[in-house]
Design a protein around this ligand. Structure first.
Ligand SMILES: NC(=O)c1ccc[n+]([C@@H]2O[C@H](COP(=O)([O-])OP(=O)(O)OC[C@H]3O[C@@H](n4cnc5c(N)ncnc54)[C@H](O)[C@@H]3O)[C@@H](O)[C@H]2O)c1
Ligand SMILES: O=C(O)CC[C@@H](O)C(=O)O
Length: 526
């Protein structure tokens, strides 16, 4: 039975799903070295934001097939290391969207009405009404940095509260922003015009310290900033200075450069600063959503099914995947076949998609072809996650071409491998019942289904040659299941494709190559 380690607190709904297919061990708060020590026994790891899945953890996780992050941000996972090791990383892109958006709104209103300090004051026995005079958000300008899932929901709620909306997001269109009710502006204008600024972007090299001393200098002295996205997008030292010097009116942070927050000048600031301990996703509803979403994906991957929200393989909606699945099998088979025909090192792979295949997202098809191509070299170590990286590291150049015209089949795939031992090509298609057929080998037309053991020859089309190969195989007790010849012109060059019941015994290929008229011969195992 598979084993899953849950190393952060996860809702029971997720544990129940995992328990259907695996032994689930919940061990939270593990020191880093303890995680490295125990991870080799696990097939899957499920985390939230506390566990740091470092390169060391991943290298030790020899059996790991999947890392599930019950939330959005995967910045606590070394995704490139997982990808190199062929481990799928999945998240829950939408499970906590509403929770995070509502936390940002809650912080904005709390900042405006000084609620946390007013609450503390009353609870300490005081009644200080003059001290806690706030500001309204109605008709104020909210600048939203990042108009993705959370930013868009914040926009909808803020609009309903009568706020004017500006947004900065270089990756969304003006039309989309307008549809959400936001005016798309540059960052400079957003900083200068907003009364409230809320951040909803990932932490990347571009967004690290995006809000720094220079940015605070551009903001209104009455401006307040909220960060419910990721620590490190705001330069915390510069923020503390800006608040102390009155350059801005306040800030509310849910996320920090280092978590848990240690010694920090932010702790010493007054009622104009609110700090929460990364609570954006902490609602009962969001925790059930993300736990179910990620546990289902771990369960599926452990059962050999694809994950719906993998961050390190092309995202495929289940209906698209269902449609593409037979073509993925075709691409993988042809990749494996062409690599065995090529024999040596492949330097480039041309992937030509024809007919209905050409109108699909080609990325998964190309990855499947590369997975097949690298199978001989890497065996089970190559999978959909690492096939592209492995190909890149081997210097294999991938060229994609496509032609929408429907020819003999609704869709077909042609792979051409150029390498150290020359060029080889194969074409394949799916029949109506989904059966794979090889329809072309090195431009010789054939029509055979792939089988486990195959023999391909290139020979001169002349009387007696087929009989000679048949007798030769018979003399070595190799049974031929089927045989087909493909040729372009009579008595020119031809290919022979034989399906064999058994693998060719050692030395037989050399005997075949001695038969007069045989130019080349290849054994293939699919
Ligand atoms: N505090 C929490 O507990 C909590 C909970 C959920 C999500 N989050 C964080 O919130 C953030 C947003 O999540 P989401 O689900 O809305 O993500 P999303 O991917 O839907 O949206 C992110 C948006 O940021 C934009 N963006 C990227 N780089 C940008 C840049 N340099 N400048 C401006 N815009 C940029 C993208 O175009 C996208 O529209 C993430 O960092 C996520 O990890 C935090
Ligand atoms: O796990 C959490 O509580 C935080 C999740 C949040 O930061 C996210 O990116 O989804």
């Amino acid at each position: 039975m598979s084993k899953v380690l849950v190393s952060d607190p996860i809702d029971q709904a997720g544990i129940d799903i995992l328990s259907q297919v695996a032994q689930v061990d919940v061990k939270t708060g593990l020191p880093a070295e303890e995680l490295v020590r125990i991870i080799p026994e696990y097939d899957a790891l499920m985390i939230r934001s506390e566990t740091r899945v470092t390169q060391e953890v991943i290298s030790a996780g020899k059996q790991l097939k999947i890392i599930g992050r019950a939330g959005v941000g995967v910045d606590n996972v070394d995704v490139p290391a997982a990808t190199r090791q062929g481990i799928v990383v999945v998240n829950s892109p939408e499970g906590n969207t509403i929770a995070a958006a509502e936390h940002a709104i809650a912080l904005m209103l709390s900042l405006s009405r000084l609620i946390p300090d007013a609450n503390t004051s009353v609870k300490s026995g005081k009644w200080e009404r003059k001290k806690f005079v706030g500001a309204e958000v109605y008709k104020k300008t909210l600048g939203i940095v990042g108009l993705g899932k959370i930013g868009s929901h914040v926009a909808a709620v803020a609009k309903a509260m009568g706020m004017k909306l500006l947004a900065f997001d270089p990756f969304i269109s003006t039309e989309r922003a307008e549809h959400i009710g936001c005016r798309l502006v540059d960052m400079d204008m957003l900083l200068r015009e907003a009364d409230y600024i809320t951040l909803h972007i990932p932490k990347t090299p571009e967004t690290a310290h995006l809000i720094n001393a220079e940015a605070f200098a551009k903001m209104k002295p009455t401006a307040r900033i909220i960060n419910c996205a990721r620590g490190g997008i705001i330069d915390e030292a510069a923020l503390a200075e800006a608040v102390k010097e009155g350059k801005i009116a306040g800030a509310a942070l849910d996320v920090f450069e280092s978590e848990p927050l240690g010694e920090s000048p932010l702790r010493d600031l007054g009622k104009e600063v609110i700090l929460t301990p990364h609570l954006g996703a902490s609602t009962a509803e969001a925790q059930v959503n993300v736990a179910i979403d990620v546990a289902e994906q771990i369960r599926d991957v452990l059962l050999g099914l694809p994950a719906r929200s993998a961050v390190n393989i092309p995202g495929l909606y289940p209906d698209v995947l269902e449609k593409l699945k037979p073509y993925l099998r075709l691409a993988e088979t042809l990749g494996n076949l062409v690599s065995q025909l090529a024999g040596g090192r492949v330097e480039s792979l041309n992937v030509h998609l024809q007919g209905e295949l050409a109108s699909n997202d080609s990325k998964p098809i190309v990855i499947a072809a590369l997975k097949g191509l690298l199978y001989q070299a890497l065996r089970e170590r190559v999978n959909y996650v690492n096939a592209s990286i492995e190909a890149k590291e081997r210097g294999i150049r991938v060229i994609e071409t496509r032609d929408n015209a429907v020819r003999d089949y609704a869709g077909s795939l042609h792979l051409e491998a150029k390498g150290s031992l020359g060029e080889h090509s194969v074409t394949g298609a799916l029949l109506g019942d989904g059966e794979i057929h090889i329809t072309d080998i090195n431009e010789f037309p054939i029509n055979v289904p792939p089988t486990h053991h195959m023999l391909f020859t290139l020979h001169r089309d002349m009387p007696g040659i087929i009989g000679k190969i048949g007798s030769l195989l018979g003399s070595f007790n190799v049974n031929i299941a089927s045989m087909q010849v493909g040729r372009k012109i009579v008595r020119g060059d031809a290919v022979m494709v034989l399906s064999l019941d058994d693998p060719l015994p050692e030395g037989v290929l050399a005997e075949i190559l001695k038969v007069p008229g045989i130019r080349d011969a290849y054994t293939v195992t699919l």
